[in-house]
Design a binder for this molecule. Sequence first.
Ligand SMILES: Cc1ncc(COP(=O)(O)O)c(C=O)c1O
Length: 391
Amino acid sequence: MNYKEFETKHFFQTYKRMPVEISHGDGCYLVTKDGRRILDFFSGLAVNVLGYGDRDVLRAIIYQTKNYLHLSNFYLQDAQVELAGVLLQASGYDRIFLSNSGTEAMEGAIKLVRRWGKDHSKQSLVALEGSFHGRTMGALSLTGRKKYREKYEPFLPDIKHVGLNDISGLEHAIDEKTAAFFFEPVQGEGGVRPVSQEFIEKVKLLQETFGFLTVADEIQTGVGRTGKFLACEHFSFKPDITVVAKALGGGLPVGALLVKEYLNYVFTPGSHGTTFGGNPVACAAGKVVVTKVSRENFLKNVENRAKQLREKLIALQEKHPAIIKEVRGMGLMIGVDLHVPGAPFVEKFLEKGVFINCTDETVLRLLPPLVIGDKEIEMLIGVFEEILKKM
Ligand SMILES: Cc1ncc(COP(=O)(O)O)c(C=O)c1O
C-alpha cells in the first residue's frame, strides 16, 4: 500500500489534498518527489512568509533544540520572553498569552471577553457573516459560514452575526449587553473581503457609546501579510485585543493573544493555560520571523510587490472581463473573484507549476511568501495569462 492508499484507507477524509507529493521546500518553491519545482502562492495557508529554508529561522530552531524542546509553562522560558519582546514592540500591545494555534488563541480571546463581560454585566458577542475564526467550538460559534458550522450545534449562546460592512446591521446588533465585537480586517476564508474604513469608524463610535471590547482576528492578515505588521494599522485602529498565529512561528505552531494593559487583571493564576502553548522551539523561530518582518524595509517591499502584482492582475481583468470579476485584498493577500468556479483554475495552475488556492467557490486566493520577487510575479502572471487565453 503506498502512502496515498494508506491515507485514503485510514485517515478521516477531512482534507482535499493536492494531487502531488512534496519532497522539500526551497525559497518560494516546493519540489515534488518526482522533481517538479512548483511556485508556491499559498505559503502553507499564509504561514511560510519567509519561504522555505530561511537560514536564520533554521539556525534559531537548531540552537533552541540543543537546550530543550519543551519545559512546560511551569517554567519561565527565554525563547518565549524573547518572542514576546519583539512581538509586543512590533504590534504595540502590552500583554501576551501564547498558544499553539490560531483557534486556541481565539478561544483565549473569547474566555478573556467572557470574564471581562461578567464584571460589566455584558455577555453578547457580535461577529460577522462570512467570517472564519477557527474550528474549536468557541471559535466556530463566532464563525459566520454555514459550511463550517453545519451539524455542530449547539453553539455558544448570545452570538449575533452581522453582514460585512453592513452599518445598519451593526447598529441593530450592538447594545449595552454587547461584550465584544470580533472581526477579521480582511476575511480570508470568506473570499478575501476587506472591512471598510466606514465600518470601522462606526465600530469606534458604537464602542464609545456602549463600551464593549473589540477583537481583531489577524491570524491570517497579521505579521506583515498586508504590508503593515498588523492589518488594522491600515485603518488607524487599535482593537483592545488582537490575535495572531499562522506566520508567527515561521512554519512551527504558535499563536498569540495580544492585549492592552488595562485588561491584564482579567486573567489570574490558573484562569487560563496550556501544556504546549508557547513551545520554545516555535518561539525561537517566531522571534526571527517577527524581527525580520517588522523591519520598515521588509514591509515596504511587501507593499511594493503587492502593488506590482495587483496592477498586473488588474490588467488581466481588463483583458478578460468576462472571466475576472474583481481583484481585491490588501498587500500580499489578494483575491481574484471570477464569474466562473475557481477550482478548475487551481488544477490548471498546478499543471503549469504554480500552487494557488480557491476559496468561497469563485475566488482565487493568492498568499505568496512575502519574499517573492519579480521572477515569481512574472511566472504567476504568465501562467494566468496562458490559462485565460485558452478559455
Ligand atoms: C482568520 C482566521 N482565524 C482563525 C483561523 C484558525 O487558525 P488555526 O487553523 O491555526 O487554528 C484561521 C485559519 O485559517 C484564519 O484564517
